[in-house]
Design a protein. Sequence first.
Length: 260
Amino acid sequence: MTSYQTLEYSKTGAVALIRLNRPESLNSFNREMRTELLGVLQDANADTGIRAVVLGANGRGFSSGADLAEGFLPGQTVEEQIIDEYGPILSLLGAMDKTVIAASPGIMAGVGAAIAMRCDLVVMADSASLIMAFSNVGLVPDGGASWLLLRHLGYQRCYELMAEGGRLDANVCLAAGIVNKVVPADQVMATAQTWAEALALRAPVALREMKKILRQVATTSYDEAVAIEAKSQKVCVDTADAKEAMQAFFEKRPPVFRGE
């Protein structure tokens, strides 16, 4: 298995476990971490033995955001860095065939928060916070954080959070639907892994199509959503997994899904 400098990667059954591993900087994203995370996500997505991915972190936080001490490549603008280095990670998280669960043991700030929210599901420590401190240093949110938060908070609450450089504690995030589960910090990774293992038993094609539907209908009309669902339903009906589920129903046993 490939050796990584800024993260840890392992597999347990059908679940891939990724841990951001720069705890001394609260897992801030430098160029090497961006490159390695994109690569490991691509590997997990291409691995037919993997059905779910947990993206967690070592140390006290998920990620404090960008590593401000690193700076840019010669001649590179901040816009180019966001689009070229963060963009592929954020796009892939939305397009992956597998369910991706973010596991946040502590703060998730800036683009680190955007990466966590871009995952399909989020488990957050009860002591953790989501932080949007950009305005404190004269900047605006990036990584799609504004798009993601607006859909949960509405305009006024979202603008308040961003303008004041504020934070949301775990229970507020839970109530707003930003995260799915809030647990003690020492149970975050185990909770996410157990959840991933349970989802890995479900029909992979159906879960993949559900992700596709939800990503697409967010910006479509109702009639377009009906058509998108119908197209995905045809994909699912034609699978061996759908036939297995029907047979298992009549035989009164749990189905065994093979992703076929």
